[in-house]
Design a protein around this ligand. Sequence first.
Ligand code: AMP
Length: 408
Amino acid sequence: MKILVINCGSSSVKYKLFDVADGDGAAVPHTPAAGVLERVGGDAVLHHTAGEATDDRRVDAPDHRAAIGAVLDALVHGDGAVLDRLDTIDGVGHRVVHGGEDVTDASVADDALREIIRRNASLAPLHNPPNLDGIDAAREALPEACHVAVFDTAFLTTLPPKAYRYAVPERWYREHHVRKYGFHGTSHRYVTLRTAELLSKPVAETNLITCHLGNGCSMTAVAGGKAVDHSMGMTPLDGLVMGTRSGTLDPAVVLYMLSRGLDREAVGRALNAESGLLALSGRSNDMRDLLAARDDGDERAALAVEAFIYRVVKYVGAYHLALRSVDAVVLTGGIGENSIPARRGIVDGLAPLGAVLDADRNASLAGSAGAITTAASSLSVWVVPTDEEFMIARDTARFVSGRQRENR
Ligand code: AMP
């Protein structure tokens, strides 16, 4: 079964073609081709890889429809071609950021779902419209394929009201839908399923604190395989210190800065694109640069790293109490999967909860899964690489199998 996963951003289209051996996604698929088309609407360039072959080409992509056309073309023509015909694609999995309160699972991207995505666009104005463009373009180009939308918010729809409601006037919630939604749900779900597998426990009996630490960062408290609390909020700005996002701050800071003469746009830009590690360090949003600068004696870089780790540790403390018992703290994302010093800092910060670092395992794990705490540690910390595209492919395969069974 061939499944194409598409992640359509405002000016880019990322994609990965999966060959899922088993309809239920039980077998690990190999990935014959993947790539990214950048600068949709401008000087568009497609970077396409298929096995050893790479195909970088300038393409004419004034809009998402043309961009999807160029991606499909690369799959059947040129150096990286892996398909004889486009109609061999059985399913297309679309990453969609915001399903609001309406969508609790992956769903067939039909007209009704399209309307739900459109309705929730006010909550994700930068993401849902291009996601929708991608769905429209792919449905038009591949009318026979089964199109499935997989939502970033879906895994987090199990949060209880005490976790998702803000203590603000009721009508803000009723009329304006102001509440915590949470994001990175596909990643948190993937590492939850994978960690339960690694721990040889039924997922319904597994309690985890999953930490997606990349350029964007979020944490989820998972009880019995279901999300019960989460660090991002109504938008992805809340919670942890991120690459360029502030994370949690006193909301009155926004009012204060507006009163100091900044307009709404400038405050929004500052909190989303000029804050986080970049602001604290004054030099970079990349953890690698900051660790190197810290080791060279840069005090602002040291503060940025310290504040990042402190915020993660603080959330683990809170979620540990919420869960009562924790099978593992799970680190994933670019920093969680790769940064030996950041992981060391987090485990050291969790020493009061009984975490003891296994320095050799921490140093040896890159791109693979395993515990980085000792066997004697009463709190286990694991590194588990995430794979959102695989999760989307697996969800899509589920629907394709269902359709194939119906047609039999
Ligand atoms: P992501 O958003 O998950 O792709 O993560 C991107 C971030 O991961 C980068 O901005 C870096 O801060 C971080 N990162 C990636 N590789 C490393 C590494 N080897 N050491 C430290 N940080 C890393």
